[in-house]
Design a protein around this ligand. Structure first.
Ligand code: ZN
Length: 185
């Protein structure tokens, strides 16, 4: 098997993107919808892995560190945890639990407490493409873990967003200067 690539679409759910979301990025998050959709279709057609690491929480979990930091969000089986906009139907049309798959994460990084690293290595994936929200929280923490685990990282600038423009810009620079990522349009 030659080297493989995976697209990780991080936390692109109603709670993080929609106007009524519990922890929304708002307009910056909504404005990247069609860019993510185009990239997902392109990479899918190319035979790449298209996976959706998606935050999941229990309401008022006393043991979860985010409970002190953020309002309740991305609770399982709620509207808030559904994928935002046209990504939802794209996922439902393509989901085969293998090439296209959604999986739970409970921390910022898609690697923390998940089997993502094992699944990527089994499939000889050496390059991961990162998109979604927020640039400076879950995308950043996933990129840091990917760097530490030895993956090549590509961040698609037009497919990441944050509620915090300063954090967004800082993270884009950090991907390049400290994680050796390619930041592409
Ligand atoms: Zn969370």
């Amino acid at each position: 098997m030659s080297s493989q690539q995976a697209l990780l679409i991080i936390d692109y759910t109603n709670d993080f993107v929609a106007d009524k979301g519990a922890l929304t990025c708002g307009k910056p998050g909504q404005s990247i919808e069609s860019n993510i959709l185009d990239l997902a279709e392109k990479m899918y057609q190319n035979g790449d892995w298209v996976w959706f690491p998606t935050d999941v929480h229990k309401p008022n979990d006393p043991y979860h560190p985010e409970s002190k930091l953020f309002p309740t969000h991305n609770v399982r089986n709620t509207w808030g945890r559904e994928l935002y906009g046209d990504l939802k139907s794209w996922f439902e049309d393509h989901n085969d639990q293998e090439k296209v798959k959604l999986f739970d994460k409970t921390r910022y990084s898609a690697f923390a407490g998940t089997d993502l690293d094992l699944r990527l290595r089994e499939r000889k994936v050496d390059t991961i493409h990162l998109v979604g929200v927020c640039t400076d929280i879950c995308v950043l923490h996933t990129a840091v873990d990917a760097y530490n685990l030895g993956y090549q990282i590509v961040v698609h600038e037009n497919c990441v967003a944050s509620f915090d423009q300063t954090g967004h810009s800082w993270a884009l620079n950090h991907f390049k200067s400290c994680l050796g990522a390619k930041v592409v349009e």
